[in-house]
Design a protein. Structure first.
Length: 594
């Protein structure tokens, strides 16, 4: 109320919580609660009382304590950590605390306390290692020469929701230092990493000060988690575990250890008027290195549509990053340590380099993966995809036996994993092209999309096959979805653009053909389909100099290319008028031998 006097005082604030609490509860809920209560009853509460502290409040895994003296606060914290380390050596469930201490001005409201002094203490605690005690600079100034402890200057840190950097100090004694090292090595062991790329999506920070945006941010993160979970090639931490970090300044390396993941996605939401900006960044948890970052701006006119669009864009951007980053990790391992999944990931990395040689190497890696694990469905379908690429993308001769082998690999993959979106989507391409069974290919692509509407490649393949069937309107809608769901993955986008080009050729939309072809060559300057199409377009408009330049490039890159190859690839349109349009376009490539 206006005029009401606010009670303030200067105090030492101690904030503590249990490291890895969600993991401990997930492993042994009853044992964890029993151990925590015993530690509180026998160690923590008596130590606070004997050092003249007052427990302000507790949460499931933490507490806030007020002291009149900073020396008392630090001495109490170190006594608790020493006793906890001693007990954990022989106690059932190991409970490890992080403790942060700050000196600051606080607001008194009945038995509760608020204010900047409390907020800084909580953020300092978040920066602690398990088993450790950290001080803010203000607390350090009060105790540095008044206790027997040693202090390590940890430098200035930017703390969540604190508008200034805060210098931190670690507190140690010989016993506490040894205990902390032991606890980090034993009591808080990292969870083993899964055998596939793994990710946790942390709650996005609401930077707006508007509680309504909290629901928006949480809903968007849930959508991202749900969309990522549809990719069977990924290991995704469930929402309930990710959200245990809500409101905390998470240490990414620690999150990776506690949840057992290689990658962490974090972000923020900031509102300004009717506009909102969302930022996201993908981090490799083991090293802390940033793999991807992006920002998205939108209007709040339709919150749910914006939420869906951002979730879709984030997922489309980071899935390729996850797979390729994991492949790079594998490439750094000694070869003798590889198993079937390592060979599969290495094959993916080679495939994305988009050359004939790396395509051959990728096929070898996928076939090695299959030899090590004969039930590895995704490796089968990727091996089939490499055989298809050799013919379709690189114009390399392929035998009838190799064509049958590709179809057999794709069919075997479907038998092994009939509900895997990746298997169905890629098999649709191989079977639709190599067996010339376009209808079955579309059906397989539809099944893939039904399982995972975020799988951009399935949308791209569906669009291409629909174009062959003459369903140009539906084809373009599918291709639009392919680019929307995965705008940053060259493999998906290049395929979608090629399909846009063949659809536009069939409809004799010359300006559209030229526009899409330029986009394709911007993404991949050596793309055969783009070069041949642009060559024909240059001939059509009479640009002789450009045509000669393009023809020389084609002959340099694809010396064995013949028009008969182009007809074999493109003369599969179901409608005669579309076939006629394609024949006209191929005939424009006058410099390519018959």
């Amino acid at each position: 109320m206006a005029g009401e006097r606010i009670e303030r005082r200067l105090a030492a604030i101690l904030a503590a919580d249990v490291a890895g609490y969600s993991r401990l509860m997930g492993t042994d809920e009853v044992g964890t609660l029993a151990a925590l209560k015993a530690h509180r009853r026998e160690v923590i509460d008596p130590a606070i009382a004997s050092h003249r502290g007052r427990i302000v409040k507790t949460t499931g895994d933490g507490m806030l304590v007020e002291f009149a003296s900073a020396v008392d606060a630090v001495t109490c914290a170190m006594a608790v950590q020493a006793k906890m380390a001693e007990r954990n050596g022989s106690f059932g469930t190991a409970i490890t605390l992080r403790i942060g201490i700050n000196i600051g001005d606080i607001i008194i409201d009945s038995d509760d306390i608020f204010g900047d002094g409390v907020n800084v203490a909580a953020r300092v605690e978040n920066e602690c290692e398990p088993g450790g005690v950290c001080l803010s600079g203000s607390a350090y100034e009060q105790v540095c020469s008044k206790t027997p402890f040693a202090f390590d200057d940890l430098g200035e840190r930017s703390l969540k929701n604190i508008d200034r950097p805060v210098r931190l100090y670690g507190v140690r004694s010989a016993a506490a230092s040894a205990a902390s090292a032991k606890l980090q090595a034993e009591a808080v062991k990292p969870l083993p990493l899964p055998d596939r790329p793994s990710i946790a999506v942390l709650p996005f920070q609401n930077m707006s000060g508007d509680p309504e945006q909290e629901y928006f941010a949480d809903g968007m993160v849930e959508d991202i988690i749900t969309a990522l979970s549809r990719f069977k090639s990924l290991f995704v931490i469930a929402r309930n575990s990710s959200f245990t970090y809500k409101g905390k300044s998470a240490n990414i390396k620690q999150v990776g250890r506690e949840l057992g993941v290689q990658y962490v996605l974090e972000g923020s939401v900031r509102k300004a008027g009717s506009r909102v900006r969302i930022t996201g960044q993908l981090i490799e948890a083991t090293t802390g290195s940033h793999l991807w970052a992006e920002k998205f701006d939108g209007l709040l006119d339709d919150v749910f549509e914006l939420q869906d669009n951002v979730a879709t864009s984030v997922v489309g951007a980071i899935v390729p990053q996850l797979m390729l980053a994991s492949a790079e990790l594998v490439a750094r391992k000694p070869a003798e340590g590889w198993d079937s999944y390592d060979h599969y990931l290495r094959g993916l990395a080679l495939l994305h380099r988009r050359t004939l040689e790396t395509n051959k190497e990728a096929q070898s890696e996928f076939e090695t993966a299959v030899s090590l694990d004969p039930n590895f469905a995704v490796a089968y379908v990727q091996a089939a995809f490499c055989l298809h690429n050799r013919y379709w993308n690189y114009q390399h001769a392929i035998t009838d036996e190799e064509r049958r082998k590709a179809v057999e690999f794709a069919s075997r993959a479907i038998e092994l994993a009939p509900a895997d979106d990746g298997v169905l989507g890629i098999a649709a391409y191989v079977i639709g092209n190599f067996e010339n069974d376009v209808e079955r290919g579309v059906a397989l692509a539809n099944r893939s999309i039904a399982l995972n509407r975020n799988f951009a490649m399935a949308w791209s393949i569906k669009g291409y096959l629909l174009a062959l069937m003459g369903e140009t309107v539906d084809a373009r809608e599918a291709l639009h979805q392919a680019v929307r769901f995965n705008p940053l993955d060259p493999m998906s986008v290049v395929g979608a653009i090629r399909s846009h080009i063949v659809t536009s050729i069939a409809l004799r939309e010359h300006d559209v053909v030229a526009s899409w072809t330029r986009k394709l060559l911007d993404l991949n300057p050596t793309d055969l389909h783009g070069l041949v199409t642009m060559y024909g377009e240059s001939v059509r408009v009479g640009d002789t100099a450009e045509a000669e330049k393009l023809l020389a490039r084609i002959k340099e890159l694809y010396p064995h290319l013949r028009k008969v190859h182009l007809r074999q690839m493109y003369m599969r349109y179901r409608k005669p008028e579309h076939q006629a349009a394609v024949v006209e376009r191929i005939d424009l490539a006058v410099g390519i031998p018959e």
